[in-house]
Design a binder for this molecule. Structure first.
Ligand code: NAP
Length: 516
């Protein structure tokens, strides 16, 4: 029996950081065993309003403190996240049920993103000179002003990375954060936030509230000056609509049905290792993990057999250490969805090459990693995101066919291509309708590239997190132009008739000089 290895006072201290006076709580269970992990305090609407006011106040000094101060604090937080890794990994596992190596991926992503935001914010957001209406006679610069209060709403699947990627960027840009944590994974997020507070982020500046999405989440959306939402497409569309009602910007990081294309010039045994990892990491409860694998027909049978064999060989179980390759699903609703998708596919003619069964002997939410072939056109899992450990393999003949199949989806989050020829892979990459494309990798190459934007096309989202784009969404650009007093633009008809000739000549010269 896997027992949560941390003492009770750790949980008591963390839940004390939630802004909550309602007296209400929600029971959070350990996915591994179904036993109670904690009673999580819930926030009221008054708590959200109170947290927002205090965060706004704290933001004034934080914004004034400047980039160098914020950089120092965030880099200290980076170090504390690493120092406290055992605690944070225990909490991620306790709340999500994932295996240790996947919990580490969550933490490492948060750490990488913190380093990036700390170091990049000044370079990306410093005032910049722009070409003025008439160069030399006028001066124009662009300043970036923090949005103010950034609302962050995160799901339960990658609590540290998704929280820190948005909150860390918001802080680096000089904002305050009002964060609605998902109840199932609030403790991991709170432990990560503690690292920032202990590093010097004022506690009021990053406020965490909990409660239902429909009330508390909605209040976060309507109270904030910008919203960073991560979650399902259905919820994200509603959040985007609510934000727009207030003319508030929002980045929406939503669902996916991510394809992988495997060309016939690969080393099958090597690629299978990466493909299996990319399909089942975090039990497939990962927005960028792979759910569809298109394999060129010449190697399909060999690939499918090797893929199924490797999948069946993965060690699954409940352990707060590195002794397992896979853990459990997180929520009963996830188990139900996975079972429904597999049963539906099989009832419509699919063949199971591996898995396909729950494992109550391991714990209440365990399900075997599952490989399907011959999935019919009308099967639910053909196009709907499973968000679980279920992957379907499909053969294809030509590269064009593979691209069409990969793009035949309402989503466009992540895609992957394996080929022995980088030229071939790059050509295909440019044809894929996805916000990130990994060549000879599943998802970690792009996901971990904190200096590059991450986000989805089509119904996978709007806007981008990470990279300069992830920082720029969190500020208001303001253009400041000044006349140097050497020239005045025409203010009367008489002045205009005198200056028109000069103006026309100036416009021609500016074009000849190729000035923007
Ligand atoms: P979800 O049901 O949309 O919930 C996400 C968060 O939104 C939760 O904290 C939820 O709170 C809150 N919420 C619900 N209704 C709300 C509302 N009306 N206003 C404001 N907030 C509201 O998503 P999920 O099922 O937890 O997460 C899985 C989905 O997230 C998958 O589709 C996955 O692909 C996607 N995802 C995307 C990314 C990405 O970067 N693109 C990353 C991770 C996950 P309650 O739970 O309390 O309702």
């Amino acid at each position: 029996m896997a027992v949560f290895p941390q003492p009770q006072h750790v949980i008591d201290e963390l839940v004390g950081d939630i802004v909550s006076t309602s007296g209400e709580t929600a029971v959070v269970n350990l996915p591994y065993t179904g036993e109670k992990l904690c009673d999580l305090p819930l926030s009221s609407l008054d708590d959200v309003a109170d947290a927002a006011s205090r965060a706004r106040l704290a933001q004034l000094a934080w914004s004034e403190a400047g980039f160098a101060h914020r950089r120092r604090v965030l880099l200290r937080a980076h170090d504390l996240l690493l120092e406290r890794r055992e605690l944070i990994l225990d909490l991620i596992q306790a709340e999500t049920g994932k295996a240790r190596l996947h919990a580490f991926e969550d933490l490492a992503q948060g750490v990488t993103s913190t380093r990036y935001n700390a170091n990049a914010a000044r370079r990306v957001l410093k005032h910049s000179r722009r070409n003025a209406v008439i160069p030399l006679l006028y001066r124009t610069r662009v300043e970036y002003r923090p949005k103010g209060l950034v609302g962050v709403i995160t799901p339960w699947n990658f609590p540290v990375a998704l929280g820190v990627m948005d909150a860390g960027a918001a802080l680096a840009a000089g904002n305050a954060v009002l964060h609605k944590a998902d109840s199932q994974a609030a403790l991991s997020l709170l432990a990560a936030r503690r690292a920032f507070i202990d590093a010097g982020v004022p506690a009021d500046l990053w406020a965490v509230v909990t409660g239902s999405g429909a009330t508390i989440g909605d209040a976060v959306v309507t109270t904030s000056d910008y919203v960073c939402f991560t979650g399902s497409t259905a919820t994200g569309i509603g959040v985007g609509r609510r934000a727009l009602e207030n003319l508030t910007g929002a980045s929406l990081e939503l669902g996916g049905k991510n394809p992988m294309i495997v060309l016939d010039d690969v080393n099958v045994q090597r690629v299978v290792k990466d493909a299996v990892y990319a399909s089942f990491a975090s039990m497939g409860q990962l927005c960028v993990s792979i759910e569809r694998v298109y394999v060129q027909r010449g190697i399909f049978d060999e690939f499918a057999a090797a893929f199924a064999e490797r999948t069946a060989s993965l060690t699954q179980g409940a352990a707060f250490d590195d002794s397992t390759d896979l853990g459990s699903l997180t929520l009963p609703s996830q188990l139900q969805r996975v079972e429904e998708h597999v049963q539906d596919a099989v009832a419509k003619g699919a063949t199971l090459l591996a898995g396909g069964r729950p494992r109550p002997d391991l714990g209440p939410l365990f399900y075997e990693p599952t490989v399907l072939v011959n999935v019919s056109e009308d099967a639910e899992c053909r196009r709907v995101e499973t968000f679980g450990p279920v992957v379907a393999l499909y053969p294809f003949d030509t590269e064009e066919e593979a691209v069409l199949a990969a793009n035949d989806t309402e989503f466009g989050l992540n895609a992957s291509i394996f080929s022995g020829s980088r030229r071939r892979a790059r050509r295909l990459a440019s044809a894929l309708g996805a916000g990130s494309v990994n060549i000879n990798e599943g998802y970690r190459a792009t996901f971990g590239s904190a200096d590059a934007p991450m986000g989805g096309m089509k119904h996978s989202g709007l806007g981008r997190r990470s990279g300069p784009e992830g920082l720029l969404r969190l500020v208001e650009p303001r253009t400041v132009s000044e006349s140097r007093g050497l020239f005045t633009l025409a203010r009367t008809g008489k002045e205009a008739s005198r200056l028109t000739g000069l103006t026309v000549t100036t416009l021609r010269v500016l074009k000849a000089l190729r000035l923007r």
